[in-house]
Design a protein. Structure first.
Length: 351
């Protein structure tokens, strides 16, 4: 071994070994060393042997993750939820990770924060990493060309919680319209006619379906829709507090409130109590989505429950089937919801 090479080896062992170090020790270019180590392109037999021997002497390990990503060999699945801070999506992410890990796949989570442009950028970035498949909760039911491109691009794709019209791929959702209708039916059966709705952005598939359930129930019971009873809020506790206070500060306030997700339900609870309004004596409350605090409040909160423990595992199974090369017919699964009656609804007080 030439003295210069021996000195080079001694020096690099004192620090992290790089591709440049291996190339210098083997007396080749970095490009040649990269081809020899990563088994792509042509490298002569004797040159390849020198590179491999130099890498072995130096203890070079390389960036295995980068190599695997570049060659599409790392078993990564991308999950793009609406907002990972939402307990619903946090639970879905947990269940996806558990199921995928059983099949030696890893989950990479990137939240769109309900922003379509951010969702597009995230999907482009993830595709550049050779992600093997995607599970997505689309931020919009209408602006979805980028979702359609995934579906037709031979990229395994499962939509979760939210379907997209005319996009042909597997999906796992619940009967949002039916669940919302059952909630409002229950309020009407308990004598309520002025029922407020606290909902989120109308671009979102679930918001559209839950609004439809609210409207359909009122129509079926012969109750005219009062648009002033419909409040729009971002799906956060803070925004729901503000929207609820605005709604119930009016002189002819509603006797009941239906909220379309658990964060809004929590915000409504805080707002009503801050206003000195008692649940259910002053205001009856039903929320879509069960949540831990719903059974720790007094009274406990009546909710429309989703089978959340089944949604994530099933979405993972559908994607793993596609990744395994199976080509069954497209599967669109829609779970029923369940009204869980607790103590937050009473007949309205007579004025």
């Amino acid at each position: 071994m030439p003295p210069a090479v021996r000195e080079r080896i001694s020096a690099v062992t004192q620090k992290g070994v790089t591709l440049k170090d291996v190339a210098a020790a083997a007396q080749v270019s970095r490009a040649t060393a990269a081809r020899a180590l990563n088994s792509y392109g042509y490298v002569g037999g004797e040159t390849a042997r020198r590179v491999l021997e130099a890498a072995d002497r130096l203890g070079y390990r390389g960036n295995r993750i980068a190599e695997a990503l570049r060659r599409g060999q790392l078993p990564l699945v991308g999950f793009v939820p609406g907002d990972i801070q939402n307990p619903f999506f946090a639970r879905i992410a947990h269940d996806l990770e558990v199921e995928l890990r059983k099949q030696r796949h890893n989950l990479l989570i990137a939240s769109s924060e309900e922003d379509v442009e951010q969702e597009k950028e995230l999907l482009d970035s993830l595709r550049s990493l050779s992600i093997r498949g995607f599970i997505v909760a689309p931020a919009s039911a209408t602006d979805n060309r980028h979702i359609a491109e995934l579906a037709v691009g031979n990229v395994p794709l499962v939509l979760v919680d939210r379907a997209v019209k005319d996009v042909q791929c597997d999906s796992v959702v619940v009967d949002n319209e039916g669940g919302a209708r059952e909630a409002v039916d229950y309020l009407v059966a308990n004598g309520h006619r002025r029922i407020a709705l606290l909902r989120d952005d109308s671009r979102i598939f679930t918001a559209q379906e839950r609004l439809a359930g609210y409207q359909n129930s009122l129509r079926e019971h012969g109750i005219a829709l009062d648009e002033s009873l419909v409040s729009i809020s971002r799906s956060t506790v803070e925004h729901a507090v503000e929207a609820t206070i605005r709604q119930f500060s009016r002189r002819d306030r509603p006797t009941a409130l239906f909220t379309v997700d658990s964060l809004m339900t929590q915000g409504a609870l805080l707002a009503l109590r801050s206003m000195g309004l008692s649940i259910p004596h002053d205001v009856s409350l039903v929320g879509f989505d069960d949540f831990n605090l719903a059974t720790f409040t007094d009274p406990q909160i009546t909710v429309v429950a989703q089978p959340i423990s089944e949604i994530g595992p099933l979405a993972a199974k559908l994607l793993l089937d596609r990744l395994a090369g199976n080509r069954p017919a497209i599967r669109n699964i829609r779970f029923p919801t369940r009204l869980v009656v607790r103590g937050s609804v009473l007949h309205p007080r007579k004025s």
